[in-house]
Design a protein around this ligand. Sequence first.
Ligand SMILES: CC(C)(COP(=O)(O)OP(=O)(O)OC[C@H]1O[C@@H](n2cnc3c(N)ncnc32)[C@H](O)[C@@H]1O)[C@@H](O)C(=O)NCCC(=O)NCCS
Ligand SMILES: Nc1ncnc2c1ncn2[C@@H]1O[C@H](COP(=O)(O)OP(=O)(O)OP(=O)(O)O)[C@@H](O)[C@H]1O
Length: 286
Amino acid sequence: MKINVVAQPAFHLPLADAQAVALVAGEALLREVMTWPKPGLVSHIDNGSHTDMDMGIFLKSAQAITPFFGMLFLAGYHRAGLPKLRSIGLAAEQAMLTATGGINTHRGAIWGLGLLSAAIGWRTSQRSSASSCDIVRSVWGHEIRATPNNSRSHGGQAKQRYGAGGAREEAQLGFPIIRHIGLPALRLGRIMRPNDEGAARVQCCMALIAAMEDTNLLHRGGPEGLIFARRLAGEFLMSGGIAAPDWKIRAASIHGRFTEKKLSPGGAADGLALCLFLDRERSLTS
Ligand SMILES: CC(C)(COP(=O)(O)OP(=O)(O)OC[C@H]1O[C@@H](n2cnc3c(N)ncnc32)[C@H](O)[C@@H]1O)[C@@H](O)C(=O)NCCC(=O)NCCS
Ligand SMILES: Nc1ncnc2c1ncn2[C@@H]1O[C@H](COP(=O)(O)OP(=O)(O)OP(=O)(O)O)[C@@H](O)[C@H]1O
């Protein structure tokens, strides 16, 4: 049988856009880990509260998962439902675990950056002007809400024990803390210290810690750990944040206090990467 190729519907693959989104997501992950001092978190300077990971592992992990953000963009472009996004997200998690020898470096980041990449794909094909955060809420929010809680994950256990919404709730609501707290803090930080992008990223990270119900903090330190972390980050911001002349000494001291207590605000670290991604999203597609 002869196929009339011209009569076949074209299957459009916007590969250049997918590549651009993947690169911006990958860069956001690199900038996040290259930020110091982030309380209790891994960076190029030290490993904070972590004994099982260092920056080298984060770099390997970021490299392994970056292509998946392009795939998620394409899935969103073709209006995939959550089950399809989930299968790509789980494949990305598997690539992360292979690259790190089984260590969870970027599960939360795959989730947040993955949904936002899919949303930018959806926006491109639908010629929508909505923000990627609103698209995640309106297109996949119901499906996210209907997904059963994972009682084996640390976040799932924090939800069961303390009722914390965690990464899933943040996504289903359209990332309110990222949009309304993290991103403005990053941009204010740039005004406070125009020549110090690293300082602006610390300001953003502290604002996220002060505002979030971070399930990593709940898992490692219980409600006391979460309250302690939010208080210290809040005090840092209330006494001038990075505008204060001694901001770096104070942030490093907070980093030390988190490390002594083995607290790690992984949700805020992921949130910083999401803010860095959203900060550049308008340069991608609209
Ligand atoms: C929803 C996810 C993050 C699992 O969440 P859960 O709370 O059950 O597990 P876990 O403790 O392993 O991971 C939570 C991650 O979220 C981050 N986090 C913690 N608290 C918060 C918060 N308040 N807000 C945002 N992120 C947070 C942490 O860094 C942590 O890494 C996700 O891994 C998942 O379900 N993946 C399945 C694949 C999928 O559906 N993908 C879809 C598109 S990529
Ligand atoms: N720079 C960073 N330093 C530490 N954690 C980070 C960083 N960036 C992101 N994270 C997030 O923190 C999570 C890892 O934190 P943690 O090791 O506490 O989680 P866990 O694997 O659930 O638990 P545990 O190691 O306590 O058994 C990762 O899922 C990742 O999303």
